[in-house]
Write a protein that binds this ligand. Structure first.
Ligand code: F6P
Length: 422
């Protein structure tokens, strides 16, 4: 089987460990392994010139590094500015190089190409939020590019949007193949050989916002980063007896904020799934913090998830929380937005172990896949690696968001955690 892997959406620590695990496991199982650089964008662009493949002009690439491959740097390692520039090797150690990689987004890789990747932050094969892949023309070009390289299966590592894209692509696949055949872009034989596309998804996201899995790849590392930041802030906050309002990432999910608050000893936490019930919430927060000060705390830490809302679904912003603390309680207050420091950097141990185990499972799922089996998402439940139909997990994730926008917060919490009780 010829298998390609791509990373998509926001990067997360552990994505490189996914690529390493998938590539090495695939090779061990006798597969030919490929990477797609720059996410779905690379799939759309493929290895022909973009214009030649799609008839469109090449749009400016979101990441300047992506076009940096030249004929004098004929290896993926050079183009990724990683390692010391070996030629591409296949699983047997033979050179597969010799072809120019200029404009190549879909590249065959070997064992050595992913050596040591478990310890690297971000994603070395690049990622993008591709607009082109959201269009039918883009997906047609993506299908064409895969078929031209003879690839039968795709591993996608990304968040819920990227995994939804993967499922749409697989569902559309027969139609895309038929269209390519009728336009004579592929032969009858190619259409027959590529009648089905096998897809498997791994969840790479710092937000831990995917339903039906306990942990997403990158979330533990981001949580560590936030905890370290809280530890650092604690000492300065305590010195000046100040209050700090920390805004943390997570999009519409409060997992990072909640767990960082628990691990860092926060006084008050705002998350989207469970807005403060007291109305106005300002009173509830001030009463709690006043109490903590009265019993002797010298510092105050309030964590605000970036998607935090009040019971009326209005956003709760860190700057406003600061104003309330300063004006009502007279606290000398500062706001710290942790931003992308949460997302970058070396993965923690768990963000190496989880992707390694899930990568092995992803290859098994592909090798066992038939036209009848659904596309699977590889997850983790109660410390065990699991396979869940991709669309079920995506739909459940959407149901949580829907419950929040219906103001049914208990439902949102219980969909996230079936054992949740108030
Ligand atoms: O989904 C991951 C995430 O880091 C979110 O927590 C955050 O809202 C978003 O991506 C930030 O995106 P960008 O890097 O495009 O600013």
């Amino acid at each position: 089987m010829k298998i390609a892997i791509l990373t998509s959406g926001g990067d997360s620590a552990g994505m490189n460990a996914v690529v390493r695990s998938v590539v090495k496991t695939g090779i061990l199982k006798g597969c030919e392994m490929w990477v797609v650089r720059e996410g779905y964008e690379g799939l759309v662009r493929g290895n022909a010139e973009y214009k030649e493949a799609t008839g469109w002009d090449t749009p400016p690439f979101p990441n300047n590094e992506s076009s940096a491959t030249t004929e004098s740097t004929p290896t993926i390692l050079n183009s990724l500015r990683f390692g010391d520039g070996h030629q591409l090797r296949d699983g047997t150690g033979d050179y597969t190089g010799g072809r120019t990689l200029k404009g190549r987004y879909i590249v065959r890789v070997g064992w050595d190409d992913v050596r040591g990747w478990f310890a690297q932050g971000g994603t070395l094969i690049g990622t993008a939020r591709s607009k082109a892949f959201r269009t039918p023309e883009g997906r047609l070009s993506a299908a064409h590019n895969l078929i031209k390289e003879g690839i039968d299966a795709l591993v996608v590592c990304g968040g819920d949007g990227s995994l939804t894209g993967a499922d749409v692509f697989r569902a559309e696949w027969p139609k895309l193949v038929e269209e390519l055949r009728s336009q004579s872009k592929i032969t009858e034989a190619q259409a027959k050989a590529h009648a089905h596309l096998k897809i498997v998804g791994l969840v790479g996201s710092i937000d831990n916002d995917m339903a039906m899995t306990d942990m997403t790849i990158g979330a533990p590392t981001a949580l560590h980063r936030i905890c370290e930041a809280i530890d650092n802030i604690n000492s300065t906050a305590s010195s000046h007896s100040r209050a700090f309002v920390l805004e943390v990432m997570g999009r519409h999910c409060g997992w990072l904020a909640l767990l960082a608050g628990v691990a860092g000893g926060a006084d008050f936490i705002f998350i989207p799934e469970r807005p403060p019930k007291g109305m106005p919430w300002e009173d509830e927060m001030c009463a709690a913090i006043q109490h903590h000060r009265e019993i002797g705390k010298r510092k105050t830490i309030v964590i605000v998830a970036e998607g935090a809302i009040d019971i009326e679904l209005k956003p709760i912003k860190a700057e406003y929380v600061k104003e309330v603390l300063s004006e009502r309680l007279g606290l000398d207050t500062r706001v710290t937005t942790l931003g992308h420091t949460q997302r970058g950097g070396r993965p923690c141990a768990f963000d190496r172990i989880l992707p390694t185990l899930q990568g092995v499972e992803a290859i098994s799922a592909l090798l066992e896949s038939t036209p009848e089996t659904p596309s699977y998402m590889i997850g983790m439940r109660e410390n065990k690696i699991t396979r869940i139909p991709l669309m079920e997990a995506v739909e459940m994730t959407r149901a949580v968001a829907q419950a929040v926008s219906d103001k049914d917060f208990e439902k949102a919490m219980s969909l996230r955690d079936p054992e949740f009780t108030e």
